[in-house]
Design a protein around this ligand. Structure first.
Ligand code: GLP
Length: 260
């Protein structure tokens, strides 16, 4: 894995956005995997800035979101349909018809999950998948003990994740109990992975993901199995990394790093 440690959250957003920008510049119909949560918001803001400045064109870019709550109406502002529309599709100037989010309102969730996998395949797979990380090491909504080979499916949220996400709802009870999420096996099929994390609250999860054993106990550790995974963190989120100096040395000496 490539580990990039940067001074602050806005630098994390800028560098991760540059990875996406490179892909879109090369391929105007690129397929981008979008994450929700607060972690990638700086990426989207930076990409929107570049789109507004005419530097990037997202009008033909295709997108797949990682996950969605089950049973939360898409009109609810915290449904991931609404979040992706508000933070990604509109600011980047994407065509809403080209952006897919898992169907958490389907009467047949299993069939909807299979259709989502088929849609990703039909698009030719995901070129670059953006990821945040939960404090318990989840990616997407793949909670600890998720199969490392899992595909898009329904999952039960842990009490920890529901508590973490309660800030987006009027009361903790309103946080849905279930979700639909791309699996860890789905995520591994993307051609490139970029995980971002900011703040001390993510330091343990980042250390477990990067330097711990590959284990379903820390779903993000599955990134160690991917050929092209980049983890971009600020100093606070890097605080528990044992080999931080080495990662800084590698990044500073990377050919072309000043490009970002
Ligand atoms: C959420 C999302 C994840 C996200 C994670 C961290 O529940 N399902 O995709 O990466 O939890 O969220 P945040 O970035 O707000 O800390």
């Amino acid at each position: 894995m490539e580990i990039v440690i940067l001074p602050d959250a806005s630098e994390v957003g800028r560098v991760a956005a540059s990875v996406v920008a490179d892909v879109v510049e090369r391929e105007p119909e690129a397929v981008i995997g979008f994450a929700t949560g607060s972690s990638p918001l700086a990426i989207y803001a930076e990409l929107a800035r570049r789109a507004d400045a005419g530097e990037l064109d997202f009008s033909r870019v295709r997108g797949f979101a990682l996950d969605e709550y089950v049973g939360l109406d898409y009109g609810h502002p915290e449904s991931y349909h609404a979040v992706i529309d508000r933070t990604v599709t509109k600011p980047l100037g994407m065509d809403p018809a080209l952006v897919a989010v898992p169907d958490g309102m389907a009467s047949d969730i299993t069939a909807a999950c299979a259709a989502y996998e088929a849609a990703i395949d039909a698009a030719g797979g995901i070129d670059v998948q953006l990821l945040g990380i939960g404090a318990n090491g989840h990616i997407g909504f793949n909670e600890p003990t998720s199969s490392l080979a899992s595909r898009t499916r329904i999952k039960t949220l842990t009490p920890k994740t529901r508590a973490d996400n309660a800030r987006f709802f009027d009361s903790p009870e309103q946080v849905p109990t279930h979700c639909v999420t791309q699996g860890l096996g789905t995520i591994l099929r993307a051609r490139r992975l970029v995980l971002v994390a900011q703040g001390a609250g993510k330091a343990d999860a980042v250390a477990a993901a990067v330097e711990g054993p590959v284990s379903a106990s820390c779903p993000a550790s599955v990134l160690q199995l991917h050929e092209f995974a980049t983890v971009v963190v600020d100093e606070a989120a890097a605080a528990r990394l044992t080999n931080a100096d080495y990662y800084r040395y590698v990044w500073q000496n990377k050919p072309g790093w000043k490009h970002y």
